[in-house]
Design a protein around this ligand. Sequence first.
Ligand code: NI
Ligand code: MN
Length: 226
Amino acid sequence: MKITNYGHSCFSVEVKGKKLLFDPFISSNPLAKEIDAESIEADYILISHGHEDHIGDAVAIAEQTKAMVITNYEIVNWLNAQGVKNTHPMNIGGSLGLDFGRVSFVQASHSSSFSDGSYAGEAGGFIIESQEGSFYFAGDTGLTTDMKLITEFKDLLFSFLPIGGNYTMDTQSAIMASDFIKCRTIIGMHYDTFEHIQIDQKDAVEQFSAVQKELVLIDIGKTINL
Ligand code: NI
Ligand code: MN
């Protein structure tokens, strides 16, 4: 699968020829200045929760791509009110079969509100299953034993975990999470963008390799294959 980092927690993953865009937040990300949000292609947009650093460019990219937006019920209502009509509402525990595979919306241990403070449903994460393999996108979350349930799904080829700390897990907790989900290849996200989530990238990578796991930190704007 082809994975592109657009900064913070915004990644595109190509699955069976379809482009899945997670947590679009580009135009207000100081580290993603070289990314042109208007040129991003997507067939599906998946949003983990309502915080601005996950939803900032969702309306604009949904309008320009006509992609189907998959997120919780409350965020779907908010998007519909802003004119985004191609949406699919989910809630924790639900699964959805699509042309590329299967999407499950799973528990995250985090809050979720819109920038005006109003309720944006429960924060979640996604498990994507396809013939090309399965992966987990954790969204913003603390370490939780609920992650052990995820191993009930197919083996995970790789997982996106937050590593910036303060608002989410840090590197040490992410290593424990990778044990819980039995996954050796972790793509780091939610680090360096703001005050309070600055990390030492080299140290984070070394902490993972010390336990025979791989932390993949993709430069913003770059694409890798996994
Ligand atoms: Ni958040
Ligand atoms: Mn966040």
